[in-house]
Design a protein around this ligand. Structure first.
Ligand SMILES: Nc1nc2c(c(=O)[nH]1)N[C@H]1C(S)=C(S)[C@@H](COP(=O)(O)O)O[C@H]1N2
Ligand SMILES: [Mo]
Length: 312
């Protein structure tokens, strides 16, 4: 997310990143073949905690995966600083075990559940999704998690549950970013209940075969691949079933720029920049941004008859 206007970003920051990525790309193509066995061994060894999972065939896209190193070092997680490189350092101090999630609101089985309880009924699966940030970069990430819809069904929301509101942990002692009021903490996000029940919506607990890096939202975060990245709220501690549309943190901070829906949409510009194109991290040329981030077939029905210029 951008708080600063794009012109305030020192060009050195951008150049450094691009030079770095291009160099890496060159390295891979030049020595890629020779490196192959070593490289896949390294991939198997990310972090220390592998997660048992199956590959979910219907939730995989056939695009080159963004390297683990980029996914885990170029992050947005404002609780740990507003620049892209702070979360990888600062989030390491976050205690993610024990962890619990409070289920509240219009639901038959409210309560505070340990992460183990939340996860127990669900088989973990790997899903390869695009993630498109509103700032015009994108990644392809092999997440590990379980369907949000399956989780929701278990808690039995009542007919008054029209929306689902998610809240991130707010722990000042471990989140240095909270000292600055860049957002009205805690970070809050929301989905309409039918959006939340779409099979694409994922509760992620890992990526690249391992437990989630803390900077990516450990121990559990939402992934909504057809919406701009900021809807995919990290380190969730509360899920509430509500009857009114919740106000998300970004909507609250800049309502003209960030709406409740925030579907990826190349036809609706951000007030300060076009959303027609994006840079895939690791690539040089820009790509066209796809409607609903490429998930049109799976989600267009949710927005039939809605004016997506008004409901941005
Ligand atoms: N709690 C919380 N969740 C968050 C954010 C944040 O600052 N705080 N940033 C969002 C934004 S803007 C993006 S693009 C994605 C980035 O996820 P990643 O770092 O795992 O790629 O997380 C989203 N979830
Ligand atoms: Mo973002």
């Amino acid at each position: 997310m951008l708080i600063k206007r794009p012109t305030d970003i020192p060009s050195s920051e951008i150049t450094d990143k691009e030079t770095y990525l291009n160099r890496r790309h060159f390295m891979q193509s030049a020595v890629g073949l020779a490196m192959l066995p070593l490289f896949s061994e390294a991939q198997a060894g990310y972090g220390n905690t592998p997660l048992k999972h199956e590959k979910a065939e219907r939730f995989r896209i056939d695009e080159e995966l963004t390297p683990y190193k980029d996914i885990s070092s170029y992050n947005n997680y404002y609780e740990f600083g507003t620049d892209k490189y702070s979360p990888a350092k600062q989030a390491q101090q976050l205690t993610t075990d024990p962890w619990s999630i409070t289920i509240a609101g219009h639901v038959e089985k409210p309560g505070t559940y340990s992460l183990e309880d939340i996860m127990k009924p669900h088989a973990l699966e790997e899903r390869i999704y695009r993630l498109r940030c509103v700032e015009r970069w994108s990644m392809v990430i092999p997440w590990i998690g379980f369907s949000l819809a399956d989780m929701i069904k278990r808690f039995q929301p009542t007919s008054s549950a029209k929306y689902v509101k998610f809240t991130t942990l707010e722990r000042k002692s471990e989140m240095p970013g909270l000292r600055r009021r860049v957002l009205d903490w805690p970070y809050v996000e929301g989905l309409r209940i039918d959006e939340a029940m779409n099979p694409l919506a994922l509760m992620a607990v890992g990526l690249y075969g391992e437990v989630l890096p803390k900077q990516n939202g450990a121990p559990i975060r939402l992934v909504v691949p057809w919406k701009y990245g900021f809807k995919s709220i990290k380190s969730v501690v509360k899920i509430e079933f509500v009857d009114r549309q919740p106000v998300s943190s970004w909507e609250q901070a800049a309502p003209r720029e960030y709406g409740f829906y925030s579907n990826v949409n190349p036809k609706v510009d951000h007030p300060r920049w076009s959303q027609k194109r994006e840079r895939r991290i690791g690539e040089f040329l820009k790509r066209k941004t796809l409607m609903f981030n490429g998930y049109e077939e799976q989600v267009a029905y949710l927005y039939k008859g809605m004016d997506l210029r008004k409901n941005y």
